[in-house]
Design a protein around this ligand. Structure first.
Ligand code: KG4
Ligand code: ZN
Length: 347
């Protein structure tokens, strides 16, 4: 049994959690959305400052809620990549300092490995191999999970991430930030078949399309052109619910098709989902229907574990810790690091 205290500050959520292997002892998340909303997106410097303001109280709250003292913590972990460099620095420096002061081992954690591990918190009996569809604000990829620290990128977006597409489309529809939750809500009142939109296929030089890669920037431009056309035709108000539903269904269809093809081609019988867009109701519905047809198992972490949190970081760190992996205190922040290189974080 390994108990990890982890910190997550890679973007606009300040989070601290304590996890024993795959069981959450406490998980505190403070979102900065209200602060960034007035700018229409995340302002990196504001995010870093807010992490500094919030993290101390969150640490106290996480220890208090778990009813644990430092004697019961086996190691400290913090997200060190990928993310906003200044924001990552706050959690990483705090984590290393806590580890030094309390004389605990330290582990830097890859944020996307954390999103994969959210599935183990929800489903403690999950074992590799399986396919993970990672869909967040910054990433969209299909990852073959072979073991702890052993990942293969099988498919990815060639441009915008799925969450980024939700955020950009919401902005052009005047729906504010972040786009995913509001589009998801509005889409429930709209007709998903109202506007046919391109699914973002990637052409191959030899003809045909890439089976797993996708593009979302063309879809965003198609929505923009459609909005311009509707406005020119005098649509007032814009059919925002139909636009949201059509866009959301297109993303869900595109991601589902690629995930199913990839799973079947590579012999995976389980598809696990990670990242903020995993909260999307249309994506869940499409995946549930398609996996049932193909007799595949599909796992969705609960909504609170889909978006950024520190429990998923602690869970990943616990698995690494149990295998003897430790980070050097010299481990630094990196704005990007391919998930296939995650073992470089451990000496
Ligand atoms: O994983 P996450 O919390 O942060 C990153 O690591 O990026 O993902 C945030 C993204 C945002 O783009 C947000 O719009 C999207 O997840 N999101 C959603 C939903 N809830 C959050 N996208 C679609 N539908 C949702 N219900
Ligand atoms: Zn994330």
């Amino acid at each position: 049994m390994t108990t990890i205290l982890a910190l997550e500050t890679s973007c606009d959520e300040t989070a601290v959690a304590i996890v024993t292997d795959r069981q959450i002892r406490s998980s505190v998340v403070s979102s900065q959305i209200d602060i960034h909303q007035r700018y229409g997106g995340i302002v990196p410097e504001v995010a870093s400052r807010q992490h500094v303001i919030t993290i101390g109280a969150e640490l106290e709250a996480a220890l208090g809620q778990a009813g644990l003292g430092w004697a019961e913590i086996d190691a400290v972990a913090a997200t060190c990549t990928p993310g906003l460099v200044g924001a990552l620095m706050v959690g990483l420096t705090t984590g290393k300092t806590l580890a030094m002061v309390h004389q605990k081992p330290f582990l830097g954690v890859h944020h996307l490995e954390g999103h994969i591990y959210a599935n183990y918190l929800a489903q403690p009996d999950l074992q590799p191999p399986y396919l993970c569809l990672l869909v967040s604000g910054g990433h969209t990829s299909l990852i073959g999970v072979r073991d702890c620290g052993d990942y293969q990128t099988l498919g990815q977006t060639r441009d915008d991430a799925a969450g980024e597409a939700f955020d950009k489309v919401a902005r052009l529809l005047g729906l504010g930030y972040p786009g995913g939750p509001v589009i998801d809500r509005l889409a429930k009142e709209g007709n998903a078949a109202a506007f046919p939109l391109p699914e973002g296929n990637i052409s191959l030089p030899e003809g045909g399309f890439h089976p797993y890669d996708s593009s979302f920037s063309g879809l965003k431009t198609a929505v923009l052109r459609l909005v311009e056309k509707l406005k020119a035709e005098g649509a007032d108000p814009l059919p925002v619910a139909d636009l949201a539903a059509s866009f959301q269904a297109t993303v869900a269809r595109s991601l589902t098709k690629r995930a199913i093809t990839c799973a079947l081609d590579h012999g995976f019988t389980t598809i696990a989902i990670g990242g903020g867009v995993a909260a999307n109701s249309a994506l869940r519905r499409h995946l549930q229907e398609a996996t049932a047809i193909h007799n595949l198992r599909v796992l969705f972490p609960p909504l609170s574990l889909c978006t950024d949190n520190a429990a998923m970081i602690a869970c990943a760190a616990a698995d690494h810790f149990n295998r003897g992996h430790r980070s050097d205190y010299t481990v630094g922040v990196q704005s990007r690091l391919d998930l296939t290189r995650v073992m470089e974080l451990y000496g």
